[in-house]
Design a binder for this molecule. Sequence first.
Ligand code: NAD
Ligand code: PAF
Length: 310
Amino acid sequence: MEDAQRPVVLILGAGAVGLALAGKLADVADVYAACRHRHASAIREGGLVMDGIWGDRTVGTLSCITGPAELSVDPDLVVVTAKGTDTESICREYAAVMGGRSVVTLQNGIGNEDRIARYTDRIIGGTVTTNFAVVGPGHVRVSSQSAPVVLGTWSGPADLLPPAIDLFERAGIPVAATADIRAEKWAKSLLNIAVNPLCALLSVQVGAAASPHLRGVIEGLIQETYAVMEAEGIRVRWRSADEYLDHLFGVQVPDFSTVYPSMYYDIQNRRRTEIDLLNGYVVALGERQGIPTPYNRCIAGLIRFREEGR
Ligand SMILES: NC(=O)c1ccc[n+]([C@@H]2O[C@H](COP(=O)([O-])OP(=O)(O)OC[C@H]3O[C@@H](n4cnc5c(N)ncnc54)[C@H](O)[C@@H]3O)[C@@H](O)[C@H]2O)c1
Ligand SMILES: CC(C)(CO)[C@@H](O)C(=O)[O-]
């Protein structure tokens, strides 16, 4: 980044995660948020309203754009926070801006970095284990957090990562670097595979995962995911499905017990979900490896049924 003190950051697909991030980064960077008209007009009029654990405040210094023609500067860093269903379309729309730039993705699921790689070869993969929700136009809430943001180089030179870590740190966002971002993406996906589709299907908060009625389903989802990860040579910090399930039920479910996961809002708002990047991805890899994945296949089928608006 040219000016380490006040870089220019472009957030692509600013909704719950992207607007909250933009609000924090605006303290230390000139931030442009590519978002929809309803957010852009509310923020231009009254600023971005944030509440929750990242602070209650109104941010008046955030610039919103609704298309690349409105961007008058060259960003030092691009951060993709669109849903995985929109990765391809938003990258295509902003292709001229992304070319050759350093791009961070904070999206859930597996496969976004490979799509972004069609537009730049300087990619930082990331995970964010925090709950964000859109309260209304130009208003976001950050409710709970279970781990720092984790960033790691996906492709590109060794000097790509430190400025991004430094930027997040200066903005007051808890962040850690990893040498194995591919494993980290899977480690984060375990939580989303376990709770996102169930909470979306049942219209319940994450705490419902502790119910003994759901426990067997979640165990099945995670055991299958571990079998597929093992066949693919992916090793995460929890060495076995049981070790992860202890963390899930002992730490993550309590941390997020009173919030809805992002997929819940997609089903409520009749939008496509990220199921193909989560449970659907496990099913596809299972087919490739000859590993049966009936729990994930069932859950993915139920979500696809709901995506059809039924
Ligand atoms: N919400 C959470 O708590 C949470 C936590 C961790 C990770 N994530 C992940 O972060 C990503 C974003 O999630 P979210 O909850 O912020 O989703 P969101 O739907 O609230 O925000 C994405 C925004 O991008 C906008 N968008 C899409 N294409 C666009 C375009 N071409 N131009 C302008 N705007 C465009 C959408 O309209 C939407 O407002 C997902 O991968 C999600 O799984 C979410
Ligand atoms: C951490 C998480 C489950 C909490 O909201 C998030 O990844 C989500 O909503 O997808």
